[in-house]
Design a protein around this ligand. Structure first.
Ligand code: ZN
Length: 127
């Protein structure tokens, strides 16, 4: 499953961000995710599973979801698609040359401030 691999790569980057201050927690993470790279819902599920019990647990995951961009190999029309194998709206051919939608990048990481951490641990119901 590709999502697991991507989340692992992402977590490595998060731990690097925490390296200077391992007691801080991650408040939010923002990624750019092409739908040709991973399915966003699965990515979120895997993120929630793999961050359980870590400093990124309960971090808010924001995803900028990038649709696929194809250039049709038959009529050379360029089009966007929410499907991994898009259909050319001009001639009906499937797929084509991929111009976008396979990217994955970490855009932003926000750490909780020390004060936030205190407030959150006081307010959070223990489960
Ligand atoms: Zn076409």
């Amino acid at each position: 499953m590709r999502e697991v691999e991507l989340v692992r790569v992402l977590l490595e980057r998060l731990w690097e961000a925490l390296a200077s201050d391992p007691h801080r927690k991650i408040a939010s993470v923002r990624v750019r995710l092409g739908i040709g790279c991973a399915a966003p819902e699965r990515f979120r599920m895997v993120f929630e599973r793999l961050t359980r019990g870590t400093p990124a647990e309960a971090a808010h995951l924001e995803m900028d979801i990038i649709p696929m961009t194809f250039r049709c190999t038959l009529c050379h029309h360029t089009f966007h698609s929410e499907e991994v194998l898009g259909e050319c709206p001009r001639c009906g051919a499937l797929g084509g040359e991929v111009l976008g939608g396979e990217e994955f990048a970490l855009v932003d990481v926000r750490l909780k401030s020390a004060e936030d951490a205190t407030v959150n641990s006081l307010n959070a119901p223990r489960s």
